[in-house]
Design a protein around this ligand. Sequence first.
Ligand code: FMN
Length: 330
Amino acid sequence: MEQRKSDHINLALQTQTSGIEKDTRFAYEPMLHAHPSDELPQIPIGNKKLRAPLWISSMTGGTKMAGMINRNLATLAGEFGFGMGLGSCHVLLRNEKHLPDFDLRHIIGDDQPFYANMGIAQIEQLLGKGDVKTIRDLVGLLKTDGLIVHVNPLQEWLQPEGDRIQHPPVEIISELVRQVDVPIIVKEVGQGMGKESLRALLDLPLAGIEFGAFGGTNFAKLELLRDESGRKGLLEPLSYIGETAGDMTRHINQLIDEGASVKPQSLIISGGIKNFLDGYHLINTSQLPAAYGMASTFLKYAREDYQTLKRFTQGQLEGLKVAYAYLRVL
Ligand SMILES: Cc1cc2nc3c(=O)[nH]c(=O)nc-3n(C[C@H](O)[C@H](O)[C@H](O)COP(=O)(O)O)c2cc1C
């Protein structure tokens, strides 16, 4: 007690907040809630529920480090009840030697949503050959609950060895859901999507939409960094366009208010989310049930070791519980 009082006297002068900007996204309401228990909202994704509203966004596979990172992430999803999207599984179609990087169902457990991942260009090529079996087989092989399709026309265009997409992505996805009877989630990879793209997606019978919004990892920029032909200097302005997670949440709320057709049951709000307050703010702004997803932030810790990743995540969940008890989104 004496030590605590002495700490307070010594530290109080270091904590002055005048001149520091407060977080204006929330009203702080200290009167209305006891200290939080362990419960967090359970968000449905496809036919399963998350135990906490967090999603591990699609990342990696097929490299030396990827297996270790993926096993850390899958262990995390299983322990804390998150959902997880795999990184592009395209590499598996060519060579099954990478299967252990993606074969994570036994780690994540049966109760958590776990999705395979393929790019829109590959889906278009497979549908063009009438080969939906490969898509169904991939989902079966990995025992995933469904498939995430990443739609990344800007990345493909700027990627030195990128594919060219022959049809509008929404038409390809529409055909995919008609032909393949597995839950489908559609995402961008870091530029997000505008209101009209979202309107078109919301009208499809998808299990969900993941934002992959602008504001965090930027694959347009990344591909230009990889390009050695000098296109970076010419095309860099393209990497600064996109829709943030806040923009996309507003677009979807507006579409709901305008009476647009809304078939997906839930959203994964991702792209540029760095911590629990960013996530809490957006999932509580969304009119549709939503979890929040992070890629690069989880990656930072998953590259270390499981205990580092777990410690980070425990802090995030603790912060999230406090937010649910005392913060109202403005
Ligand atoms: C190393 C890395 C690899 C990624 N690979 C994929 C991928 O294979 N498929 C995909 O849909 N998204 C991929 N993404 C994009 C993420 O899922 C996410 O949409 C994007 O990184 C934005 O989230 P962030 O700002 O939290 O990183 C990747 C991201 C990172 C950082």
